[in-house]
Write a protein that binds this ligand. Structure first.
Ligand code: 5AD
Ligand code: SF4
Length: 459
């Protein structure tokens, strides 16, 4: 469905948009929490707001319109949201500020109830299925001063053609599918984002061709489960990778996240064949114990995960892996945790995103027995972190004295005389170089390694 058919602006609203009353309230700030999919949604929200005439403010405190694009994958995000809402309460009036709440948290009933009860000064609540309706809701608020709560619990259609203001000039986010059908027992996403819906191949390919024309060299394909992408008439994620690889100018294609259970041989072959597809694969493990994986409803065992890694290694030259791991899932024993450490050692991940299990209201795991005490969760987290740091250091040593193509992203935040960029394997590399290298891919010889980055010199 194209957005033009979806957004209706009345004559009354058109007149209002041209009025002085409207044009004095024109700055926005978006607070984005959570994953890359949310970042991409925020880019679309920014695009729509700028189309309405809004300009980006430097901080929420000085903006006339603040949008919270929330995440609820783990518990602590709620405290962060309510803390920030509390801070804005006093300045809201002075700035004539409109406060909008969207994203995954607004799909949760207990959050909406709390907002209604304790934060009545939130003006607009919208959900994950109707971000394209935000401009209409803002107009409604501005013209009729109406408070709006509009959250859909049916799956939204795939909306194409929303304006977009991208945050990153080097790497563009491209969502290829929405929602998730997997219902991992710890995860709230299937409840907040609904069932899987894929974009049409031609819409994705046109967007990427357009990005290439704009000068983007790198894209990141996004979805909760990218390799269950369904393009229609048998068109798969592997087909999509091959077609993107043919688009001139796109040099690096990353994707996240695939689910190990859906990693077909065809996808592995496509990764091996396509030069542009990055040879670092994010392959969420979650746990190395077959018992815990069963409780998590992940649908693979420790052995199946390891066999998949070995198979990918045998077919894709120079491949490496990053992963997500949850420690302290209900029922996780010391021996289950040791299985996780064992997989980490066997695979030798380049990077591990580690999470302490956090209960999510309404999930199957919430009702499971044997929740793990906090002190044991933290102790296991620290042991995993120590092992992960050790492995990252070992992995980083492999790069020393090698020459790596590095896409230069900009100046280092801590030292403007140093440039920073990423290798095709997504490793951060810092090196001294002239500013006109920004946006280009240059060859850098790696001379030393540090836990978070490599240091090199241009060759
Ligand atoms: N507790 C902790 N971590 C979680 N994740 C998802 N749900 C939870 C939860 N309830 C982690 C998973 C997922 C990543 C995005 O967040 O590792 O891959
Ligand atoms: Fe959550 Fe599992 Fe879906 Fe990922 S695959 S979004 S962890 S339910």
């Amino acid at each position: 469905m194209d957005v033009k058919e979806k957004i209706k602006i009345t004559e009354n609203e058109k007149t209002f948009l041209k009025s002085k009353e409207y044009t004095i309230n024109l700055t926005y700030y978006i607070i984005t929490m959570g994953c890359k999919l949310n970042e991409n949604d925020s880019e679309k929200i920014a695009g729509m707001l700028e189309k309405m005439g809004y300009k980006e403010a430097t901080s929420p405190e000085v903006a006339n319109l603040v949008v919270f694009n929330t995440c609820c994958i783990r518990e602590n995000a709620e405290e962060k949201l309510f803390g920030k809402l509390g801070e804005l309460k006093n300045i809201k009036k002075a700035n004539n500020m409109i406060i909008c709440l969207g994203g995954c948290m607004s799909q949760e009933k207990h959050v909406i109830d709390k907002v209604k009860q304790s934060y009545p000064y939130v003006d607009i609540v919208f959900g994950t299925h109707n971000i394209h309706k935000l401009p209409e809701m803002i107009l409604e608020k501005l013209m009729h001063n109406k408070k709006i709560i509009d959250v859909w619990d049916i799956d939204g259609e795939v909306i194409e053609g929303l304006p977009i203001k991208r945050k990153n000039n080097n790497s563009a986010l491209v969502t290829i599918m929405y929602g998730c059908n997997n219902f991992c027992s710890y995860c709230i996403v299937p409840y907040t984002r609904g069932r899987e819906r894929s974009r049409k191949p031609k819409d994705i390919l046109n967007e990427i061709a357009d990005l290439s024309k704009q000068g983007y060299k790198e894209i990141m394909l996004l979805g909760q489960n990218v390799n269950s992408y369904v393009g229609g008439e048998g068109y798969t994620f592997a087909n999509l990778l091959r077609d993107i690889d043919k688009i001139e100018g796109i040099e690096i294609v990353r994707f996240m996240s695939p689910h190990p259970k859906d990693f077909t041989d065809d996808v592995i072959d496509a990764i091996a064949e396509c030069d542009s597809v990055c040879k670092v694969i994010h392959l969420p493990l979650q746990s190395g114990s077959s018992n815990v994986l069963k409780l998590m409803n992940r649908k693979y065992t420790k052995e199946q995960y390891l066999n998949l890694v070995y198979k990918i290694r045998s077919k894709v030259k120079g491949v490496s892996f990053t992963t997500d791991i949850i420690v302290g899932f209900p029922g996780e024993t010391e021996s289950d945790f040791e299985d996780t450490l064992d997989v980490v050692e066997r695979v030798g991940f380049e990077q591990i995103f580690m999470f302490i299990y956090s209960v999510r209201v309404g999930t199957v795991a919430e009702r499971m027995p044997d929740h793990i005490p906090d002190n044991i969760k933290s102790e296991r987290f620290n042991r995993l972190k120590a092992l992960a740091d050790d492995m990252t250091e070992k992995e980083n040593f492999k790069y020393i004295n090698t020459i790596q193509p590095v896409l230069v992203e900009g100046e280092s935040k801590t030292n403007p005389s140093v440039l920073t960029g990423r290798t095709r394997n997504n490793k951060v590399v810092n090196f001294v170089g002239s500013k006109d290298l920004i946006g280009k891919e240059v060859n850098v010889k790696i001379i030393s390694q540090h836990v978070w980055y490599l240091r090199g010199e241009v060759v």
